[in-house]
Ligand binder design. Structure first.
Ligand SMILES: [Zn+2]
Length: 237
């Protein structure tokens, strides 16, 4: 009987979460373990290594996690598509609605942008930690993208010779950077807003003065992403 209950509990936490919240119709499962202002977010449904790393982490570490419910990169959006990590600014959302739904009428584009702009504040209110807490985003990359593409947007960098350039941290807080630069892993600091805000969550964190770390690793490299996640857990306040 005890074993049965245990199994039920695990499946409850790993698949459905406690409840869902939505942002512009994009649904997120909320998973919570104990009381802590540590927050986690997983935004791209096709980045399954990051989901596995996060779900496993939440079983033994305190905090609250937000997991997108889709299994593809772009989310269903009023009958069209949108990249969930390009809607955290009005400019970014507008460009993204246009990119994926260029056949929509001007009225539908404006209407859906308005919904996203109205939802953003309340969503970030739920997702961002308070009292100087940290939010950790988990992403995976495919061929092509690596830390070198982030250098011109970065205020400080620490690149390690023996690390794959596709595995790295992006952080928004200088004190966090100072700690992470002493880690075995690549890290860049992005604390100043770029000329072109593409609507990603990291720039919203900068605007709100929230400590944010993105753990970016190659898709499939679960052990690497888990190591980086554990490093943050042990070393960042
Ligand atoms: Zn991603």
């Amino acid at each position: 009987m005890a074993r049965f209950i245990l199994l039920l509990t695990f499946s409850f936490f790993s698949s459905s979460g406690l409840y869902t919240i939505s942002f512009g119709g994009i649904e997120f499962d909320v998973v919570q373990n104990g009381e802590s202002n540590r927050r986690y977010i997983w935004l791209h449904g096709d980045e399954q290594t990051a989901r596995m790393a996060l779900e496993r982490h939440m079983k033994t570490n305190k905090g609250k996690a937000f997991l997108v419910t889709g299994i593809v990169r772009e989310s269903e959006f009023f009958g069209g598509l949108i990249d969930p990590n390009r809607i955290f600014s009005s400019k970014g959302a507008k460009a993204n609605i246009q990119k994926y739904n260029h056949k929509w009428s001007r009225a539908k584009k404006e209407e859906t942008l308005e919904i996203i702009n109205k939802d953003r504040g309340p969503f970030l209110e739920k997702v961002f930690p308070n009292n100087g807490g940290l939010i950790v985003a988990l992403h995976n990359n495919f061929k092509g993208y690596n830390v070198k593409k982030e250098l011109d947007k970065s205020d400080a960098v620490s690149i390690k010779k023996d690390q794959n350039p596709r595995d790295f941290f992006i952080c928004t807080n200088r004190a966090d950077f100072d700690i992470l630069s002493k880690s075995p892993f690549n890290v860049v600091l992005q604390e100043s807003l770029p000329k072109k805000d593409d609507g990603s969550l990291s720039w919203a964190a900068v605007r709100h003065g929230v400590r944010y770390v993105n753990i970016e690793t190659r898709l499939g490299w679960l052990s690497q992403q888990t190591k980086m996640l554990n490093y943050i857990e042990k070393n960042l306040p």
